[in-house]
Design a binder for this molecule. Structure first.
Ligand code: FAD
Ligand code: 2HG
Ligand code: ZN
Length: 494
């Protein structure tokens, strides 16, 4: 495990003291405070789920987790921390994949999990206003009886918060259809680093009155303030959805297939996800979902999951079956086999193969994750070049690197390269970086497509942003958070 004690970071920030705890106790319910300090004396292992990240790669050493129940309580906590120069890590579901959601040292963890109420929903406009700590799946469940859906969906939906999604500007599985959160989020309520509450919870589709400040907090990863409320546009639930998984003889067929699917499916196409053979096999092996039979996948080099969401069941099914007839034609040479969901359960099961890949990787070893934007035509080359490089370093064997896999949001030009290792080691890290970042830069890509920068990628930001942009970001940070208390050592290069 990476130990923060060995990092060289230094700052003027202070640790939480018993006096601070006494102050927090004056306005928070006892159940909102977890602290190893006296008088709380919470056992340290109760703080572990807040200090350790999802990958088991980043470990903080915070003594104190606060779980406020109102925006006003958040404001009081932040105001005190600003006065006492105590670092704060805002935390949602702690499913972030770049080490941004846990402390670097012993910063206070501000968990939004008790701020979890839907504030309002307007079924005419489709505008949902919710607390930041609402779990994504619970919002989807809330909207279902109103025949609406969330504009975002991702594998971590059962744990991640909408506030975390907004703060990472998460992309996910529906971005191709519903666009990014920069478009779907209509307004935010934010507690600024001095404790001031910024109320921009607009319920308006259109509002061109000055600078669009909310955009700065979308993807700020908790470095500019604490998001406490979100106003978001929920799309109408599609009347019919379908999913199909296709096995392809080689990567060369993905682009021609994608072009046909985009043209023939038109407005009903809602996802086009890519899985290389290794990632598909790993997911099925770990029981994430049921796909094609062993026989059917023989000779397949990669897989795609296509989802349609439309307004007319018969019309959509007809479109999809015409498509399948066309692409499955042996003369076309595009697809070796495929499976079309025949029931809601099978629909879920096909999606589980794709969504379950990160979990399957987690069960197989320690993952080095690279979430990059590159031209979709380069997906395989990117993975192969990394594999070759690791092979040349003598690291491709069971005791070091067990697998190199690529999968992701093909329709968005976003691939997830995962290197599955037996353990996190400096040798593997040195072989991967800056190699992977330079490769991404050679494609004019982005070193973070959707997971953010967090703690893991701060030094890599320069591969995708010029110095002028980085300097401007630093000025914005200084303006919003002059004392540097908000999620210190994250996002901006030191
Ligand atoms: P956390 O992990 O708790 O926090 C993430 C960052 O946001 C941290 O920097 C934190 O300080 C900050 N933050 C959290 N809440 C707030 C707040 N209220 N105010 C200010 N700052 C805050 N990401 C994608 O983009 N697409 C995917 O498809 C995707 N799939 C995933 C699948 C799995 C299985 C997992 C584990 C992760 C996946 N992710 C994906 C990563 C993604 O970043 C998160 O799942 C999600 O957006 C983070 O939400 P969270 O509530 O867990 O935030
Ligand atoms: C996904 O698309 C997520 O499954 C996670 O963004 C990707 O773990 C990863 O690398
Ligand atoms: Zn993703």
């Amino acid at each position: 495990h990476q130990r923060w004690a060995s990092t060289t970071v230094s700052s003027n920030l202070n640790s939480v003291t018993e006096e601070d705890l006494a102050h927090f106790s004056s306005f928070l319910a006892p159940s909102s405070i977890l602290s190893t300090l006296s008088p709380s004396n919470t056992p340290a292992d109760e703080l572990t789920p807040f200090n350790d990240d999802w990958m088991g790669k980043y470990k903080g050493r915070s003594t104190t987790v606060l779980k406020p129940r109102t925006t006003e309580e958040v404001s009081k906590i932040v105001k005190h921390c600003n006065e006492k120069r105590i670092g704060i890590v805002p935390q949602g579901g702690n499913t972030g994949l770049v080490g941004g959601s846990v402390p670097v040292r012993d910063e206070l963890i501000l968990s939004l999990s008790n701020l979890n109420k839907v504030r309002s929903f307007d079924s005419v406009s489709g505008i949902l206003v919710a607390d930041a700590g609402c779990i994504l799946q619970s919002l989807t469940d809330y909207l279902a009886p109103h025949s609406h859906i969330m504009p975002i969906d991702l594998g971590a939906k059962g744990s991640c918060h909408i506030g975390g999604n907004v703060s990472t500007n998460a992309g996910g599985l529906r971005l191709m259809r519903y666009g990014s959160l920069h478009g779907a989020v209509l307004g935010l309520e934010v507690v600024m680093p001095d404790g001031t509450i910024l109320n921009q919870l607009s319920g308006l589709r259109k509002d061109n009155t000055g600078y669009d400040l909310k955009q700065l907090f979308i993807g700020a990863e908790g470095t500019l303030g604490v998001v406490t409320g979100i106003s978001i546009l929920a799309p109408v639930m599609p009347a019919a959805t379908n999913a199909v998984v296709l096995a392809l003889p080689s990567f060369d067929q993905v682009i021609p297939l994608f072009k046909i699917v985009k043209r023939d499916m038109g407005e009903i196409l809602s996802a086009f996800e890519y899985m290389d053979r290794e990632s598909y096999t790993l997911s099925v092996k770990h029981g994430q979902g049921k796909g094609l039979s062993e026989e059917e996948i023989e000779g397949a080099q990669c897989f795609v999951l296509i989802e349609t969401s439309g307004g007319n069941k018969e019309h959509d099914e007809e479109k999809l079956s015409n498509l399948l007839e066309k692409v499955m034609d042996p003369d076309a040479g595009l697809v070796t086999s495929g499976v079309l969901a025949q029931s809601p359960a099978q629909f879920e099961s096909l999606w589980a193969i794709r969504e379950g890949i990160p979990e399957a990787i987690g069960k197989s070893g320690k993952a080095y994750k690279y979430d990059v934007s590159i031209p979709a035509s380069k997906f395989k080359e990117f993975v192969d070049k990394t594999k070759d490089h690791l092979l040349s370093k003598g690291l491709l064997h069971e005791n070091a690197i067990k697998g190199v896999v690529g999968y992701g949001h093909f329709g968005d030009g976003n691939i997830h390269l995962n290197i599955v290792a037996a353990a996190y080691t400096p040798e593997i890290a040195a072989a991967l970086e800056p190699f992977v970042f330079e490769l991404v830069a050679s494609y004019n890509g982005s070193v973070s497509a959707e997971h953010g920068i967090g703690y893991a990628k701060t030094s890599a930001m320069r591969y995708s942003k010029d110095q002028t942009s980085i300097e401007l970001m630093k000025k914005i940070k200084k303006l919003f958070d002059p004392n540097g208390i908000m999620n210190p050592w994250k996002v901006l290069p030191q």
